[in-house]
Write a protein that binds this ligand. Structure first.
Ligand code: CAO
Length: 559
């Protein structure tokens, strides 16, 4: 029989026990987390340090402990791999800082080596050159698992998510958003638990220049384990909704208070911790909270068949039947690229969240078209070519100012409208890899010439896969033009938190009755989809008519 001792806590004392992860009688491995402690700054898992059977727990949740306190008795104990870590001379870990530096490297104190250990991590190999930090996905105090995204970098070629090499609690960042960094630059300090010491040590070795872990290798690993976390280009894969979610997800994970073991459990069960109410101190989420959440979802999920005869599962959405198509003939499976996957997520989110209606209308653009053709002749020497889209953007921005509900978002609790004082419009661009939506900012304040130039530039970047995340954020409403292709009408999908999207189909000459006779007029089909929670049908019809009027005579929009 021997005791398990609280290891060196990096100077902290009287630290709260917030979770006990084992029960008396449980068999534990040396590396297995037994307790979760929480200081004001961070939470950390305390590993057993020895394998054996827990015969007595000497602490309970709410107790305060310090380094050296006994917290359990264990039978049949044998030193685990944590002890091996203790044998590593301190001078082999040049980048280890603070707590690690204060923890004596002493073979007679294996538990100290099993303690949480602050380690510095460097920017991995990112394929040469510098990249800009565009997002810090975790904050000091957050618990991360190896493979979790730490930050997003963007070079002139692509954006990439940098995954954690080890599990632990983020202590501090060594860089900030906007910094330009390269492989080997100091990245962050992580309080890594001994159970992930191997991986963490690798990072330290990296810092000493012994071996480099390439982002590509990490990406491959992340792809195999969790496709969404791959260090693949992300900038080109984000539609407005997805871009917003990307940020929102970062914020969510930062606000969730849960230990690494709870996060692991949540991942295994597919639970989004942002949806789970924490019952622990400071709303910390415990394992029981996750288990209870799953139980309640299972109890509330209807199990009977729906009217379509399909079984209803989870959130009540009947699953699509799984069919082996090869029984009908040859097939080939082609993986969706990042852009298509992001679009699929954004469209599903939109479809499930927004009760939408599409209002159709026709605008007489005969005069506008004559003006556009004349302007093209006038500007041809300057290399500027006006298409219809910039004129529609201008008219749209004008209509949005007349109808503030179209330039708004529903608050997350659905109780109020957030009215925007700026007019940014996303334009759907068809690219070889899929749909991307760059945003033209302050359309109301720009001339049609400026809008034309900016649209050409951003559509070019989109097609070359060079749009940044920022290029695709901040849209208030979207425009989707299929007029260059054909069609008479379609139902574009509103991309929340936007509340409307305008679709353009191909303009065609049509006979229009002027009260005396039919005259040929060039008519542009408009398809305006809107969020019916925010906008009433009558308001949408009025908005569409205002737009029709503006396109028929654009003089007012210029005032
Ligand atoms: N009616 C008739 N002709 C139209 C038209 C319309 N509504 N819209 C464009 N055209 C004409 C243009 O004037 C141009 O003709 P000319 O070369 O003779 O001047 C030609 O069609 C090519 O237009 P375009 O679509 O390539 O260029 P654009 O500036 O009109 O549009 C852009 C730019 C970026 C919107 C477009 O290239 C694009 O990507 N559209 C697809 C958007 C999309 O995929 N939407 C679906 C999203 S939901 O899945």
């Amino acid at each position: 029989m021997s005791q398990l001792i609280i290891p060196d806590l990096g100077g902290a004392s009287q630290v709260d026990v917030i979770e006990i992860l084992v029960a008396e009688g449980d068999h534990v491995d040396a590396e297995q987390a037994v307790l979760v402690l929480e200081t004001d700054k961070a939470s950390m898992e305390i590993p057993a340090g020895k394998a054996g059977v827990i015969s007595r727990l000497m602490v309970k949740v709410g107790d305060k402990v310090s380094s050296g306190d006994a917290f359990a008795e264990i039978k049949g104990a044998a030193a685990g791999t944590a002890g091996k870590t203790a044998e590593k001379p301190a001078d082999k870990a040049p980048a280890a800082v603070s707590a690690a530096a204060s923890a004596p490297s002493n073979e007679t104190q294996p538990l100290k080596a099993a303690a949480a250990k602050a380690q510095a991590f460097m920017v991995p190999d990112i394929g040469g050159g510098k990249a800009e930090v565009i997002e810090l996905s975790v904050q000091p105090g957050d618990a991360v698992q190896a493979g979790d995204t730490l930050l997003v970098l963007e070079s002139d070629k692509a954006s990439m998510e940098i995954p954690a090499e080890a599990s632990g609690v983020v202590q501090s960042w060594s860089l900030k958003v906007g910094d330009k960094v390269q492989a080997g630059d100091a990245m962050l300090v992580l309080m890594a638990a001994a159970s992930s010491g191997g991986a963490a040590g690798h990072a330290v070795d990296d810092a000493a220049g012994k071996s480099a872990t390439s982002a590509a290798a990490q990406a491959a690993k992340a792809t195999a384990e969790e496709p969404a976390k791959a260090a693949a280009p992300v900038s080109a894969s984000v539609s407005p909704a997805a871009a917003t979610n990307h940020t929102a997800n970062g914020v969510n994970s930062g606000e969730v208070h849960a230990g690494p073991a709870v996060r692991k459990l949540a991942r295994e069960l597919g639970v989004d911790l942002a949806l789970v109410a924490g019952s622990g101190r400071r709303a910390r989420i415990t394992k029981e909270d996750v288990q209870n959440w799953v139980k309640s979802r299972l109890q509330n999920a209807p199990t009977a068949g729906n009217s379509m005869g399909n079984a209803v599962v989870g959130s009540g959405i009947p699953p699509v039947p799984v069919i082996d198509f090869s029984q009908f003939g040859d097939t080939e499976t082609v993986a969706l690229n990042n852009i298509k996957r992001a679009t699929a997520r954004a469209m599903t989110t939109a479809w499930l969240n927004v009760p939408q209606v599409t209002q159709f209308d026709l605008a007489d653009i005969t005069d506008l078209e004559a003006y556009r053709v004349a302007q093209n002749q006038k500007f041809s020497k300057q290399g500027i070519k006006f298409s219809l889209v910039p004129f529609v953007l201008k008219a749209l921005s004008w209509a949005m100012k007349q109808y503030p509900a179209f330039n708004a978002s529903l608050s997350p609790d659905g109780q109020s409208l957030i009215l925007k004082k700026y007019v940014n419009i996303g334009v759907a661009v068809d690219t070889p890899k899929g749909l991307l939506v760059p945003v033209i900012r302050d359309v109301d304040r720009k001339s049609v010439t400026e809008i034309t130039q900016e649209l050409a530039q951003k559509a070019g970047l989109a097609r070359d896969g060079k749009l940044s995340l920022a290029d695709m954020q901040g849209g208030c409403l979207s425009l989707s033009s299929l007029g260059g292709i054909g069609g008479t009408a379609f139902t574009p999908i509103v991309s929340p938190p936007e509340v409307a999207i305008l679709g353009l189909s191909k303009a065609s000459m049509q006979p229009v009755w002027n009260g005396e006779t039919f005259i040929p007029r060039l008519m542009l089909p408009l398809s305006l989809s809107y969020d019916h929670r925010v906008i009433d049908g009558a308001e949408a019809a009025r908005f569409a008519q205002t737009l029709v009027g503006a396109l028929q005579d654009m003089r007012e929009t210029l005032m």
